[in-house]
Design a protein around this ligand. Structure first.
Ligand code: HEC
Ligand code: HEC
Length: 602
């Protein structure tokens, strides 16, 4: 099947915690029990309140308007430099990307082993580490590739200018040595697989490597690590720089990273305020159709023309945010209005407002956990038993969120901890981030790498350099103590995992059965990664029946509202490059999203 769809397809307060040698660092944290503990059999996600920023009201005056604005931003293809790419372009299939054409990145060695630019994936290419005996990680390696299944963004160009009233900007071509066919550029592909953003509101930090900080500074993903990040306000005395930090806002920190990214969204040299000015002069979603029964935007749908919204971004921003952030006669030194200059603030918080509504808590598993014992089959219940028992899965995919990187779990566990690693020796690590031996550690350091400020992303390393990261170990971490964070990645939630393939940060597994083989044999780069490997990654020796039952259980984590794009997962129409043409759907949903593997030929 190559068709796409079945149409014949405590508020806990953030606080600045420490200043060491010029390093201002911060974390959040004093536990709030309402977020619940994470051990044992998980509860329904309906029982777990989503974290809410305590100080959002200092910027946002109307939550509903904020969600509307965020939904428009998320799906509006006019935002990217090419006028053809939105957040939804890479997050359209259960919040992930199911495309199979031009989704290959050549990996650390810069050489394609699994295809070429613009090539098409097939099931026979997976898994990317193929063993002669999938149950034995030490058996002969048939093939191994560091290629990555990512998402395609924009062509490589230098930004020249926006053209008022036009979605596409002007730019000049820059030859790309990797992403081209015969010297003609192809869309660039990301070097990591795209995770779903559904349920992202529950995460403490965001991205595979956690670089999207929990505290939002209004400007970039670096939160309180970047004291130079300032927005502008006008309280009657003209434009005044101001620092803000909104807590529980990893989604906002993530969202403002996108327009600065020249692979996914933006031609080199475009400023955030340029994108703001462009969008403020365009009809929201002007190239797309909004369903009149859209759960959020239906009342604003322009049914007369069949395109876009009847509102403007200027009025939507004015309705959402307090006037001091946008209402001023003054302009910046480079000629931008206050609304344009603060566009990163509006973009980040509005996208977060919208994404925070995308909670999938009505899967068969949730119904089962809430008392309907008939909601899971016998096989699924047996799979749950392996998941929480012999498989050690819930040690990391813990709680109703199915990830130890949730706000709730970290409130209980602390942000850093000390444990015996795979080699039996103690080390300090960032809770919620683990090296499970997917790829050799050096290929992608994950949370072991540094951020754009040159600071470690790992809280363990920051703590070791003297910063107070919010969790103090007993005894405290010493400057010479071993830290094991290299090659560690965020534990992804497993909700809707049936529909979010391919799997792992490299997208190297096409099916959940392949993932189960991986865990059962104790990972792929177990021996090579032993210095950072989590001790739960061991030879599990699961039987074929046990693996099948776990897969059946994982399939019970799909919420049918996600599968059928029903509210709140409905969306405007979207033409995905090298992917499906999605019609606008309203609150009652549309065609089913199918698994990644089902799109490929053998
Ligand atoms: C070109 C494809 C592409 C586009 C466009 C895109 N993303 Fe993503 N998204 C990705 C990839 C790849 C990652 C993982 C990157 C990483 O972790 O290093 C990601 C990660 C995320 C995550 C983190 C999820 C998690 O569990 O850590 C969120 C949330 C998200 N994106 C939201 C957005 C929003 C909002 C936009 C628009 C402003 C957007 N994305 C645009 C590809 C894309
Ligand atoms: C030591 C912690 C740990 C344990 C134990 C663990 N996982 Fe994971 N899981 C992770 C991490 C970390 C990732 C992401 C790793 C990467 O991409 O490098 C992951 C990824 C996954 C994915 C891919 C999700 C996606 O969106 O790409 C699935 C499926 C999964 N795990 C299922 C399981 C199952 C089933 C078990 C038990 C047999 C299990 N995990 C045990 C930490 C763990």
């Amino acid at each position: 099947m190559v068709s796409w769809f079945s149409f014949s397809r405590r508020r806990w307060a953030a606080r600045i915690i420490g200043v060491t040698a010029g390093l201002v660092f911060l974390a959040n944290v004093s536990p709030w029990s309402a977020y619940g503990a994470a051990a044992g059999t998980p509860v329904s996600l309906k029982q777990v309140p989503a974290p809410v920023p305590s100080n959002l009201g200092s910027v946002v005056k109307d939550q509903n308007a904020c969600v509307q604005l965020g939904k428009a931003f998320f799906w509006d293809v006019q935002a990217a430099s090419d006028g053809l790419t939105s957040c939804g372009t890479c997050h359209f299939a259960a919040g992930a990307d199911g495309r199979i054409v031009n989704t290959l990145h050549p990996g650390a060695n810069k050489l394609f082993e699994k295809g070429a630019p613009n090539s098409t994936l097939r099931t026979s290419l997976f898994p990317f580490h193929l063993l002669s005996n999938p149950n034995d990680r030490l058996s002969a390696v048939v093939s191994d590739s560091d290629d990555i299944v990512g998402s395609q963004g924009v062509l490589t160009k230098n930004f020249v200018a926006i053209v008022l009233g036009q979605a596409a900007e002007t730019g000049t071509d820059v030859p790309n040595p990797i992403f081209n066919v015969g010297g003609v550029n192809t869309r660039q592909v990301t070097n990591r697989n795209t995770p779903t953003m559904i349920n992202g509101v529950y995460l403490n930090r965001i991205f595979w490597d956690g670089r999207g900080q929990n505290l939002f500074n209004g400007v970039n993903p670096n939160g309180a690590l970047d004291p130079a990040a300032k927005i502008l306000v006008d309280d009657g005395a003209g434009l005044t720089p101001q620092s803000i930090l909104i807590d529980h806002s990893a989604l906002a920190s993530q969202a403002v990273g996108v327009p600065g990214n020249t692979t996914v969204f933006t031609w080199k040299g475009r400023k955030f305020s340029d994108m703001g000015r462009k969008l403020l002069n365009l009809k929201p979603l002007g190239a797309q159709t909004v369903h009149p029964a859209d759960s959020v935007l239906g009342t604003l749908a322009d049914t007369a023309t069949g395109k876009g919204l009847t509102s403007t971004y200027t009025s939507m921003i004015s309705a959402t945010f307090l006037p001091r952030y946008w209402n001023s006669a003054a302009t910046t030194a480079d000629g931008h209005s206050l609304m344009e200059a603060n566009f990163s603030l509006f973009w980040g918080l509005a996208l977060q407002c919208y994404e925070s509504t995308l909670i999938s808590n009505d899967s068969p598993f949730d119904r089962f956990a809430d008392g309907n014992k008939a909601a899971l089959t016998t096989a699924q219940q047996a799979g749950l038993g392996v998941f929480t028992g012999k498989g050690h899965c819930s040690a990391c995919h813990s709680g109703a969120e199915f990830t130890a990187e949730s706000v709730g779990n970290l409130a209980a566990s602390g942000l850093i901890s000390r444990m015996q690693m795979g080699d039996g020796k103690l080390a300090v690590y960032d809770v919620g981030f683990y090296n499970i031996g997917v790829r050799p550690t050096a290929e992608d350091l994950g949370i072991g790498a540094k951020n754009t400020l040159g600071l470690p992303m790992s809280l363990s390393r920051l703590a070791q350099s003297g910063a107070n990261v919010g969790t103090v170990l007993s005894p405290p971490i010493s400057p010479t103590e071993r830290v094991a964070v290299d090659g560690a990645f965020k534990v992804p939630s497993l909700r809707n995992v049936e529909l979010t393939g391919p799997y792992f940060h490299n997208g190297g597994q096409a099916t959940l059965a392949q993932v189960l083989d991986f865990y059962s044999r104790g990972g792929d780069f177990h021996e090579a990664n032993i210095a950072n490997l989590d001790p739960n990654i061991v030879n599990l020796g699961l039987s074929a029946g046990e693996k099948a039952n776990v897969v059946a259980f994982l399939n019970s984590l799909t919420d049918d509202r996600v599968r059928f794009s029903k509210a709140p997962f409905d969306h405007p129409s979207l033409n995905v490059p090298n992917g499906p043409v999605l019609p606008a759907v309203g609150k009652d949903g549309g065609a089913a999203t199918n698994s990644f593997a089902s799109h490929m030929l053998p």
